[in-house]
Design a protein around this ligand. Structure first.
Ligand code: ASP
Length: 340
């Protein structure tokens, strides 16, 4: 081999090496030899201090977050996939009227409930999402069906509903989503809109989400929401948008967001956090804090859960509180306010 051909092949090898480091993780086995089992959940973020929430409500939220953590962790402990753990945790919160997702979804300006949800598998970056569904009891299950049973990533409104029916998912009348608490919130928002007053900050919050790491070293993320009180019909937020409200890749991290969706979409928030983890030396906490600070500069507040395949994780929020919790082999904690 001449010196020139040798140098050429070295250059080609270097190039191939560079390409390999960009390879899709579906072709790469997980690198973490004994990953810890981790699940994080959130139930929305908002601008309420400890004096703004009754002790009974605080206790009810803590119990519900604990149930979501226990349900998701049980899947991981049995050797189940992070994707299934995320889904199981979210179903418990969708079925609980406390949260702005599933049963407890907020109302649109017209007095209807339009639900959005998505989930993503970090193992191969498969993803599924539904937007604007009105009769699907558990939108996270519809998102999962879109991912597993269709060639698509996102389906919306009546198309998503027809698909959910075909898949045999639980279909409910729109009245299933009625709760007095959310109706009262709508009435207050309508009165404010009539008086041309700004909507209360809390009208932007309440989504649920989870991220998890399984025994095989794979991460996943999911998010589900009723959106924002008094949203226009047809408005879709960040929660069902991959890269905005939800993202997962074993190459970087898993994120589920909550907050003022328009800003999370414009800031491609979930992917931006993971891109910083992937391409810079930022820790998961630094990456999440930087992105949340950036959104705040744009005018939008909220919070995220973020988790790497090594098991390092972060909660970050620019609101006074975020309903949140973590469960691992040694931790089992739920928190509400910023100083906990
Ligand atoms: N991010 C959701 C949306 O904008 C709302 C929330 O998190 O509460 O639809």
């Amino acid at each position: 081999m001449t010196k020139t051909t040798c140098m050429l092949s070295l250059a080609v090898m270097a190039l191939l090496g560079a390409c390999q480091s960009l390879a899709d993780p579906s072709t790469v086995s997980a690198t973490n030899p004994t990953p810890p089992l981790v699940i994080l959940v959130h139930g929305g973020a908002g601008s309420v201090g400890p004096n703004g929430m009754s002790k009974e409500d605080q206790a009810a939220y803590r119990t519900a977050l604990g149930l979501a953590l226990d349900t998701g962790y049980a899947v991981l402990a049995k050797g189940g996939r992070s994707l299934d753990a995320v889904q199981a945790a979210i179903v418990t919160m969708e079925n609980n009227p406390l949260f702005n997702a599933g049963k407890g979804a907020v109302f649109t300006a017209e007095g209807k409930n339009e639900l959005d949800s998505s989930l993503m598998d970090g193992r191969n970056r498969n993803a599924g999402a539904v937007a604007g569904v009105t009769i699907v009891k558990n939108p996270i299950l519809a998102a999962r069906a879109v991912m597993d049973k269709s060639p698509h990533v996102m389906m919306a409104r009546d198309g998503a509903e027809a698909f959910a029916k075909e898949q045999g998912l639980d279909i409910v009348p729109p009245s299933y989503f009625f709760t007095q608490k959310r109706w009262d919130q709508l009435e207050r928002a309508r009165a404010r809109a009539k008086a041309k007053a700004a909507l209360p900050a809390s009208s932007h919050f309440g989504t649920v989400g989870a991220v998890a790491l399984d025994a095989d070293g794979h991460i996943a993320a999911g998010t589900s929401t009723g959106g924002m009180t008094y949203k226009r019909f047809g408005r879709i937020g960040d929660s069902p948008i991959i890269g905005a409200g939800t993202y997962a890749s074993d190459l970087s991290c898993a994120v589920s967001a909550t907050g003022w969706g328009e800003f999370f979409i414009r800031g491609t928030a979930a992917r931006d956090i993971c891109a910083r983890v992937q391409w810079s030396n930022a820790t998961i906490q630094e990456a999440a804090d930087l992105v949340l600070a950036d959104l705040k500069n744009m005018g939008g507040t909220g919070g995220v859960l973020a988790l790497t395949p090594k098991g390092t994780y972060a909660f970050s929020f620019t609101t006074q509180m975020m309903f949140r919790g973590v469960k691992t082999a040694n931790r089992d904690e739920v928190y509400i306010f910023g100083d906990e």
